[in-house]
Structure formats: C-alpha cells, structure tokens
Design a protein. Structure first.
Length: 618
C-alpha cells in the first residue's frame, strides 16, 4: 500500500518527561516496564518558527485549542514537545491566563479535563512545538476538488501545493475556462505530478465545478474530500489537523476552516457560522461579527471564539468532508454559485452530521466586498438561491420579511442596481424550480449581466454631475473619482441621513448636491444613506461605478418590490412544497451526470478523453 493511500500522523515517544512545577495540570508517571511496547503518538499539531516569523507572532498556529480537542479525545493525556527554551507553558480559560509550568525544557505532559484550560501555548525562545496524544488511528487519504476558471497562475500554484502534501492522494482540477490543457506550465505539472487530474467542462459555476469533482472523487469512497477555491491558501499542517480531528469524531463531521484575509494575514474574517431559521440569513455562531486583528494578541484575549450556538454549514473556501459523504448526502445543489455551501450544510445537519471549524487551522483568501457580491451579476443568483434554499428546507415567511426589509434599505440608500438584481432573483424564484433549477447553469452569468445592462440603459441615462460628467456610464476605472464632483467621503450621521433619504422619496427629482464617494470594501446601505449620487471607487481612487440617487426611481422600485414580496407571501406554502420536492431530485449523481451530458457530452463523467488518470497502487 502506498504512502498516499494509507497514511498516519504518528511518531514514537522518545524520551521521558522531566520534573516541572505544574499548576492545575496533572503530570503523568514517567516509568514504564522495559518490555512494554511504546504506544504510537498521534500528532494533533506541529508548529515551527521561521526566520521571518518570531515565536510570539504565530500563536494561532502554535497554541492548542484544548477544549475543542477534548470533545473528540476526552480526558486524554497530551504531550508537549518543543525545541529551544527554557519556556513557560501557559493556559487560558474565560479570558484569564495563568502559567502551568515554567523553565520547561523539551517535554511535558498534562491531562485534558472539563474544567481545565481552553487554550495551551508556549512562550519563550522556542524553535518548534508539537502537541500529541498516545493514540493509534488510521487517517484517510484526501481527494482535493479544485474548480478554476481564468486564473491559470493560481491554478498551477494551488494544484502543485496540494500535490506535495503527504495526506493528499489526488488533486482533481476542474477547469471551467478550458485554458489549462494548453498551458505549458500546467502540462509540465501534470507530467511531474501523477496525483493531479485535469477535467475540462463549460463554466457551470462553483456548484457545477464542485459537483463534478465530488462525482469524480466518488471513485475512491474511502477518501475524505476537500473542497478548495483556486485562490485559497491552506497549509499542509492545517489540512493534517483537520483530517486528524475528523477521524477522531464519533459522528460524521464536516470540517471547516477559519477564514483569514490574504491581504492582511493576521485578520480573521470568519469562523463558525449558521443559517438562522427565522429570517434564513447566515450569522456568526461565535463572537466574530466583524474582522478581528490577531496580531499582538494572546489566547486569553480570544473570547470572541466562544460559541453561542451550533454551526450548520461551512464555507467552501476550504471544507473537508468525511469519507462516504456524497454517497449519503448527494452532490451540491445546481445553483451556479452562492448558497450551495449553506444548502449542503443544512442537508447534512438534517442527516445527523455535525459541523466544526477548527481553531488553529487557517485558510487565507482574498476578501469579498459588498460591491462585488451585491452590485454585480452575482447578486441575482445569491438572492434567488437563498429563497430557494429557505423554501426547500421548510422555512417560514420570516425570510420574506427579511428580504423586504433589506430591499427597503437598498432603495433608501440608493443601491438601485442591487434592488433590481434582487427583484429579478425573486422573479426567477417565483417561476418555480422547473424553470431554472438544474437548467440555467450554462446561462446564469449571462442572465445576470443582462439585468445590469438593462438597468444601466434604462435608469442611468440623462444625468450629469456639476462638471458635466455623464452619470449614465459605469467608468470601469475612468475617469478618476476627483473628476466626478465628490463632496463627501464619510457617512452621514444616521438621523440626518435617514431624513434626507426619506424626503427624497417624497420630492421631485433634482440635480445631485451631496455626491458620496465610497471605496468598494466599505460600501453598504449605511455608508451611502442620504447621498444624492454615489461614486464607488477601488483602493486607488478610480471609479468603478457612478450613478445618481433619484426619488422617482426609488418610488417605482419600492412599488415593484412590495408587489413581488406580496406574491411570495401568498404563494409561500405552494412554493415550499415545490422546492422541497424538486431539490433532492437535482442533487443525485444521476441528475448531475445527465446535466453534464446535456451541456457538453464530450466532457461528461463517462468520457475520459480529457482526463489524466492516476495509476493507483493497490
């Protein structure tokens, strides 16, 4: 059996513990009979200092989240081994820290307990830290599924990164831009790394790419399956920890990964999340309500990690599914993108799966902005898929109230394009699953683009700023924001902003006076509320989109969206039944295979002409 089909994170305990001063931790006996076999040591986590990273600057990777590991280990004895020193072993619980042992050198043991530390870490001149327990367990190999489109360099780097990881058996690259097959760098990578398989197909969105990869990975039912974006950086150590934790779980558990910004590596963006049953919107199940800077902090300050509820899904920037998941749960919903991860998580929860996002692991990903998600074509499918998921999973009418409330915010703040995209998503949802679910993947992006083109042509015409700039045009980077007559960059106070926005809905249209400039990463209904015109800029100050906020447009959109929400409310019972029946029929392997055949028979899962197959060692 090859290393990649059967691997274990094991090392043998090589030395006996040394006496230490220990507070609130139980040191284990060091004597053993000479004839006794030394148990294998299962590594929970390993950290090594680098020349560019001082030992006190990477506590997220170095520290052990003891209370989380205890959920799968029980009151196990944990062994700490480190290079360097002397060092101090610290513990933290409920915002308080205390030293467990000082002047440590080399090795220490302690037992986990219900009232023991939530975090353990080492401070001092250390070069490496390893946490382990005496446990022998077989860890499944991993099949990585990585859809990609138009990001050739990212795809090459990402595929090679995964192929070099000991725990990865195969990397299934689903190229939906059809550019990698002819790329010399990727051809060389395929020749050098037999773990990598290339599959090409039309652009079917994230759900189509992940479904295809999961379908291909089903040929190895004993493998865990990792979903990863092509631009999400997950370390080999994080993946090893995830596989280890998952293998120790007594119930099927889907492992997610804490999301960090690739632009600001110490910024934690999201951790554990769930979809609320009332308004059917995702929310944090811990204290990470907004990005958190971890630089210069220590674990006793990480109270935001305390769980306030159970996660019921994980984001697919890096999610690990246990072996057999696809056989039991099926494949992703054919949504193109957005809400496919949440829907799959809800489906898994209904089948008894747990969801855990493991502290100490991390994935670094470029951050999203509201402009990219709510003022581009993706907003249409995002809202449609949210409504479809709510209906299919039996949500009440709270999702309709939430939708109407948010549409009201969009209209008041002048985010009219978002309103239009959401309204088209509602129309698609109201048309029923038979009109789009599993049928529009090949055109979903173009349909959203058509909405934007229509809105720009109909709603943007005929307005100029004081300097005569055409407000109808979206600039795409020109002209510079300074030429657009921006009069303010900071949000107005809430009460004056709300007053201005409300009066605008009641008064005739007039030329813009308050022109609000806002960066795309700060765009929200609140930051532009009360503006007469909006200029969305990138980080360099170039305009991405410009448009006026007209009361006549707001009144028309308000009437339209109110009527749509009323129709949804009246038909909610029948819509729930329709989507509840339809969704499971579109997530089977048979349904997806038929879909692949219908869209492009030359790249269907039964065709291997474009697939680089692995020679597997039995």
């Amino acid at each position: 059996m090859s290393m990649r089909t059967n691997w274990r994170l094991t090392s043998l305990v090589a030395q006996e513990p040394s006496p230490v001063r220990d507070r609130e931790a139980l040191s284990e006996p060091s004597s053993r009979a000479p004839q006794a076999e030394v148990p294998a040591s299962l590594v929970l986590g390993t950290w090594r200092a680098s020349a560019s990273t001082p030992s006190d600057a990477a506590l997220w990777e170095q520290a052990l989240p003891a209370s989380v590991w205890r959920t799968v280990l029980g009151d196990a004895v944990v062994t700490l081994e480190f290079e360097g020193g002397p060092a101090t072993l610290w513990a933290a619980r409920s915002g308080r820290r205390w030293p467990l042992a000082v002047d440590l050198a080399g090795r220490h043991q302690l037992r986990l307990s219900a009232r023991g530390p939530q975090w353990l870490w080492v401070e001092g001149p250390i070069r490496s830290v390893t946490w382990s327990v005496e446990r022998e367990i077989e860890l499944p190999p991993v099949s990585v599924v990585m859809p990609t489109r138009g990001r050739e360099q990212d795809a090459v780097i990402q595929a090679e990164r995964f192929a070099r990881m000991d725990c990865v058996h195969e990397v299934i690259v689903v190229d939906q831009g059809r550019t990698l097959e002819q790329l010399p760098a990727f051809a060389r990578l395929l020749a050098e790394r037999p773990e990598i398989r290339l599959i090409t197909q039309p652009n079917l969105g994230g759900s189509g790419g992940y479904a295809r990869g999961m379908l291909e990975a089903a040929a190895s039912p004993g493998h865990a399956v990792l979903f990863s974006d092509d631009d999400a950086v997950l370390s080999a150590e994080s993946l090893r920890r995830m596989v280890t934790f998952q293998a120790l779980c007594s119930t099927p558990t889907i492992l997610g990964t804490p999301l960090f910004s690739s632009e600001q590596p110490d910024r934690l963006i999201a951790l554990s999340e769930a979809v609320r049953g009332g308004d059917f919107q995702w929310h944090a199940t811990d204290g990470v309500r907004r990005p958190v800077e971890l630089a210069g902090t220590t674990p006793e300050q990480w109270s935001f990690l305390r769980a306030s509820g159970e996660a019921n899904y994980t984001g697919w920037w890096a999610t690990l599914f246990p072996p057999g998941t696809a056989a039991e749960l099926g494949l992703p919903a054919p949504y193109f993108l957005k809400w496919d991860d949440a829907e799959y998580g809800l489906r898994a929860t209904e089948h008894g799966y747990r969801h855990v996002v493991l502290p100490g692991t991390s994935v670094h990903h470029p951050p999203w902005t509201m402009y990219r998600t709510q003022m581009t074509w993706t907003a249409r499918v995002l809202h449609r898929n949210r409504l479809a998921t709510a209906a299919a999973h039996g949500s009440g009418r709270g999702v309709i109230s939430s939708s109407l409330l948010h549409q009201g915010k969009h209209i008041l703040s002048g985010l009219y394009l978002t309103t239009a995209l959401w309204d088209h998503g509602i129309d698609s949802f109201l048309s029923g699953p038979e009109s789009w679910l599993g049928r529009d993947l090949a055109r979903a992006r173009a349909d959203g683009g058509a909405v934007i083109a229509d809105w720009t042509a109909q709603e943007g015409a005929g307005w100029t700023a004081q300097e005569g700039v055409d407000w109808a045009a979206t600039s795409g980077g020109e002209p510079a924001a300074e030429a657009l007559g921006i009069t303010r960059h900071r949000p107005l106070p809430l009460l004056p902003a709300l007053t201005r926005a409300t009066l605008r809905l009641l008064r005739p249209d007039r030329s813009p006076r308050l022109v609000m400039g806002v960066r795309e990463d700060r765009l929200s209904w609140r930051t532009v509320l009360g503006a007469d015109a909006i200029v969305v800029t990138d980080a360099t100050g170039r305009a991405l989109m410009t448009h006026p906020v007209r009361g006549s447009t707001g009144r028309r959109l308000l009437r339209r969206t109110a009527a749509r929400h009323l129709r949804m409310a009246l038909r909610w019972g029948s819509l729930r039944r329709s989507y509840h029946r339809a969704l499971p029929l579109t997530t089977t392997t048979h349904a997806w295979s038929q879909l692949f055949d219908r869209i492009d028979p030359t790249t269907s899962p039964r065709e291997r002409s474009r697939t680089c197959n692995l020679e597997r060692t039995p």
